[in-house]
Write a new protein. Sequence first.
Length: 284
Amino acid sequence: MKIFEKVADVREFVTNAKRQGKVIGFVPTMGALHEGHLTLMREAKKQCDVVIVSIFVNPTQFGPNEDYAAYPRTWQQDLELCQSVGVDAVLHPDKDEMYPEDWGTWVEVEGLTGVLCGRSRPTHFRGVTTVVTKLFNIVQPDKAFFGQKDAQQVVVLMKMVRDLNMPLEIVVVPIVRDEDGLAKSSRNGYLTAEQRKAALVLRRALNRADVLARQGESNVDFIQSAVRACIELEPLADIDYVEAYTFPGLQPVTELQQKVLIAVAAKFGTTRLIDNIIIEPAGR
Ligand code: AMP
């Protein structure tokens, strides 16, 4: 497995692979890898000839009071995990390689970023769209793999790729969970045992939405309120949002007549977790 720290070096690797007609798969990550990331990599291996993973804790997607400095960095373990699933190359640039001192160009997607996480993290998505554009330009993948765990991110990136005519396909991989239902996240490691147990309420609440939808409930406000009420029963959960939007359009919705995203964010102590589910009208 190759390890690159410089943009020029990974470019050379990609150019050679493309010359041989290889399909390039790309999995961008911030490291602290877990089974969610590995599932993306395995899918990339299935669909592509060469898989490149980036491990870069991107400063521009963190707000001033967020956990950039404290974000877990587990480099050696990450390399072993990448190797274990057959990744061909890891791109691990440092901050200066990605953002030289006089850097100042942003990519911003309008319309989808003012809701959900965009409301409580107003500069987050422009950080994501900017770094992902840079990484796409560097790696020039044929396919890029993202997790449904970050549902809004997926929708925003798909719009960016379409709006800017980026020549690649985005592949979305379902949410990977621990056995008890907690969505895998690099931030789960921050949780105390008590908070981790409390955090299971997110999955329980989202399941409630699914059950209601399957029983024929079509009032989205009612479903959303039921999810919120379920989370409110957990004293350690500090809700940031419980919201419902059409998926993938992220438009307000009152009647369950198409796919609807129910997305939640809540803090357990200082750790902010997100989770979501897509519900559909009964009988579909
Ligand atoms: P991150 O390192 O948190 O930026 O995540 C890198 C990629 O892994 C993103 O596309 C995430 O959506 C995806 N990912 C993170 N956690 C999960 C999970 N539990 N299930 C599926 N994909 C995930």
